[in-house]
Design a protein around this ligand. Structure first.
Ligand SMILES: C[S@@+](CC[C@H](N)C(=O)[O-])C[C@H]1O[C@@H](n2cnc3c(N)ncnc32)[C@H](O)[C@@H]1O
Length: 252
């Protein structure tokens, strides 16, 4: 399968597809940090959309779309940035690639361009983090949870309106530097699930075998509760990087 991972510099999803033998490429205006420049196209992804892909998974920038940024919604100039971001999202969605997944936080792309199909959390795929992420799917099944684990709590709010409430990694990042970049990394468990489950859709076979793993999925769902708290802000993280950053607990 020829797979384009749009707006990905970490190569997390690209490498998961490559591990199964697919011809996957990440594409980002930035250099890749995933260690495989031979699988990376550095440049504007809009110029790559007509290159005969079987599947595209896209992670377009969410800064001007996400509802997490409503505090700045009406700032001067923001409206044009929002329209530009929506335009980019729409171009990714409205291509002739037969199977598409766009990943983004809850935001204005849903009412404007298309309704998202699914909301996922890293802790439903074996990573102990809470981070709500919407998936827009075209000709792809919803992603099945692979391993439900309990999300880590990093501390508790000590004052303010949220006093006593748990702090998840996602909230903690409000207090750290490099927040934007860390927050946008795709979690390994979600990347693996995408490759395992979507690498075989449409009659494609994974050169490394069938990894859709129905039995394990069903067993995990039985054994693990699903009523974990909802995170209030979305997108994905690379837990390794994040754990290195999270040395101290915030005072609030
Ligand atoms: C929200 S981040 C997604 C990061 C991704 N989840 C990862 O693990 O690398 C959005 C990415 O889109 C990239 N980007 C923005 N405009 C782009 C364009 N026109 N073509 C390709 N990539 C673009 C940014 O450089 C950024 O890395």
């Amino acid at each position: 399968m020829r797979v384009l991972i749009a707006c990905e510099e970490s190569q997390e999803v690209c490498k998961a597809f490559r591990q199964l033998g697919h011809e996957a490429y990440s594409c980002d205006i930035l250099e890749c940090s995933g260690g495989h420049p031979e699988w990376h196209i550095q440049g504007d992804v809009l110029e790559q959309l007509d290159k005969e892909w079987d599947l595209m998974i896209a992670h377009p920038p969410c800064t001007y779309l996400s509802y997490a940024a409503t505090k700045w919604w009406n700032d001067k100039g923001r409206i044009w940035k929002r329209l530009e971001a929506l335009n980019f999202f729409a171009k990714l969605w409205d291509t002739d690639i037969p199977r598409i997944c766009i990943e983004n936080p809850m935001g204005c792309a849903s009412p404007t361009i298309a309704k998202y199909n699914q909301i996922i959390q890293p802790y439903q795929f074996g990573d102990e983090e809470s981070k709500r992420t919407c998936l827009w799917l075209k000709n792809l099944p919803e992603l099945k949870h692979t391993k439900i684990v309990k999300p880590k709590i990093y501390g508790y709010y000590k004052k303010g309106k949220k006093k006593g409430m748990p702090i998840y990694g996602n909230s903690y990042l409000k207090f750290s530097e490099d927040r934007g970049k860390i927050r946008s990394k795709t979690f390994p468990g979600i990347a693996q699930a995408m490759a395992n489950q979507w690498g075989t859709v449409g009659g494609f076979t994974s050169p490394e075998g069938d990894f859709s793993n129905e039995k394990e999925h069903n067993r995990n769902l039985k054994e693990n509760p699903t009523d974990f708290p909802k995170s209030d802000s979305p997108t994905s993280l690379n837990s390794d990087i994040m754990f290195n950053k999270l040395k101290m607990l915030p005072s609030d």
